[in-house]
Design a protein around this ligand. Structure first.
Ligand code: HEC
Length: 483
């Protein structure tokens, strides 16, 4: 609406109110609030935002009736989101469901789709501005600013790193690589968070870049190297290991100092490069003491061990033709390594009680293309995402029994599961899903989200899917941080 029309209609409305003297603003849902939203310089939640929601939304999203489990009668309720996920992502109105519902919902925008009048464009623009300025309350608090547990997940084709609050299980931030000058196809692939929570790191495969962000999600440094893929951060030293993607044949691991953010030259590492006997070291993990780094040649089927002290290749063992080892996880006591053999529908079990002489001792049948994997903190179960069969396998490490989670057709959210992390308390597993097939249908049609990726939240007490959080395209590498 133009400013003139806006003023004109406000005058008209005032006239109608004066004439009838009985207009009940809460029942019409489309009154003007007598506010020129464009002129508000300092948005106050209770003065400017809540009245809008009270008039137009709370009848269905309030204490008496909360459609989709979403209450909009206070800031505290609003930021909890619905039973499905967040309503707003601070600083990112474009990807906030609340704004997408009001502007892009196919058929009729919300709440017109529910038979109520829609907000006018000035009101929607104002709500979007409030979100883009951080969705703050009256005390200028930004939602989840003090989150104590975060999942970082890459939306690889959306060039976004999504951050999820572990307790609330909603997306709390989107960090768009394009805001920092990276290309739309930079492909953020994997993330790692420093143990102290002050920094997090992301690889971008196409950009050939490893980027360092601070806790406020500001870019603080970058380094470049060819096809960086997975990350493993040292538990106590300022050291970050980086593996390689398959598109360029490389035979080195890469290692850098997380403080100076420059490649390390010491022991076997020269300009950050640690040469391996086999190409494409892709899978990557570090033991819980930080003594040994494990990687595996995706193309040449060898598990390779690197010493953190010498920054040099230590030993390697073959893990079977066509096993295409993808990713691994280590038991809490550093005695056993579980390796997903993406070519064989198997998890390989390796005794690493002597890291200089690993022994392949067993294998367990799982789903198709087992991908990322993580063991529970008590060492009792190994979870693995089966990219090719749209399921998650749960291996009982004592009995080797395997339980399968998921319908298998992707409709439940587990559509091409890729990344996987277990919460530090062992109660939840978060699984990122690519969904490039579109087998998972997002719950609303916004015209541009048919291939939205997802993060599926599994409750480990029941091994049931508890929630499906929709993210951007191609959910991939993840990490979990808590303090
Ligand atoms: C007449 C009742 C009604 C009104 C008024 C209404 N909503 Fe809704 N809202 C619903 C229903 C029902 C759903 C679930 C829709 C569905 O399942 O298709 C919903 C869903 C939503 C969702 C998605 C929740 C999720 O995570 O799935 C958001 C966000 C939302 N509404 C925001 C609003 C806002 C903002 C307003 C006010 C501008 C509003 N609604 C007004 C009935 C209403």
């Amino acid at each position: 609406m133009t400013r003139f029309l806006k003023i004109f209609s406000a005058v008209l409305l005032a006239g109608v109110v004066a004439l009838s003297c009985s207009k009940d603003s809460s029942s019409t849902g489309d009154d003007d609030h007598g506010i020129d939203y464009g002129s508000i310089t300092d948005i106050q939640y209770s003065q400017h935002v809540q009245p809008l929601l009270n008039d137009d939304c709370v009848s269905c999203h309030g204490p008496n009736r909360a459609d989709a489990g979403l209450r909009l009668d206070s800031w505290d309720e609003l930021i909890k989101g619905s039973q499905f996920g967040e309503a707003v992502i601070p600083f990112d109105a474009d990807h906030s469901v609340m704004i997408e519902m009001l502007t892009k919902l196919a058929g009729a925008v919300h709440p017109a789709d529910q038979g109520e009048s829609a907000l006018d464009s000035a009101e929607i623009a104002f709500l979007a501005r409030w979100i883009d300025e951080g969705a703050q309350n009256d005390a200028d608090e930004i939602p989840y600013a003090n989150s104590t547990g975060k999942v970082y997940v890459c939306s690889q084709d959306g060039a976004i790193v999504n951050i999820i609050d572990v307790d609330a299980k909603v997306v709390i931030r989107n960090v768009d690589m394009q805001d920092f000058g990276f290309a739309p196809d930079s492909k953020p692939h994997h993330v790692a968070a420093a143990p102290d929570g002050r920094n997090w790191f992301v690889t971008m495969i196409s950009a050939g870049t490893i980027a360092k962000f601070n806790a406020n999600n500001e870019l603080v440094a970058t380094d470049t190297t060819e096809v960086p893929a997975l990350l493993a951060i040292h538990p106590t030293e300022n050291v970050l290991y980086v593996s390689r993607f398959v598109s360029v044949v490389t035979t080195s691991l890469y290692v850098l100092d997380t403080q100076s953010f420059t490649p390390i030259t010491s022991g076997g590492a020269t300009d950050g490069r640690i040469e391996m006997p086999r190409p494409v070291p892709h899978g990557l993990t570090i033991d819980h003491n930080g003594d040994y780094i494990y990687t595996a040649s995706l193309s040449d089927n060898e598990l390779m061990v690197v010493s953190n002290a010498s920054k040099d290749f230590e030993t390697g063992i073959p893990v079977g033709n066509n096993s295409n080892p993808l990713q691994m996880t280590i038991s809490p006591d550093n005695s056993t390594l579980y390796l997903s053999a993406s070519g064989k529908e198997q998890m390989l079990i390796v005794d690493i009680s002597d890291p200089t002489a690993p022994v392949l001792i067993d294998s367990v049948q799982v789903g198709v293309n087992p991908w990322h994997t993580m063991i529970t903190p008590d060492g009792a179960y190994v979870y693995v995402a089966n990219l090719g069969s749209n399921t998650v396998s749960v291996i009982n490490t004592a009995t080797k029994d395997v339980q399968t989670i998921g319908a298998g057709d992707g409709s439940d959210g587990l559509s091409q599961p890729h990344g996987l992390v277990v919460s530090p308390d062992g109660r939840y597993v978060f699984v990122s899903c690519r969904n490039t097939t579109g087998d998972y249908h997002p719950r609303y049609d916004f015209g541009d989200n048919a291939l939205a990726g997802a993060v599926v939240v599994i409750n480990t007490a029941t091994n049931q899917i508890e929630k499906v959080l929709e993210i951007e395209e191609f959910g991939s590498g993840m990490t979990i941080w808590s303090n």
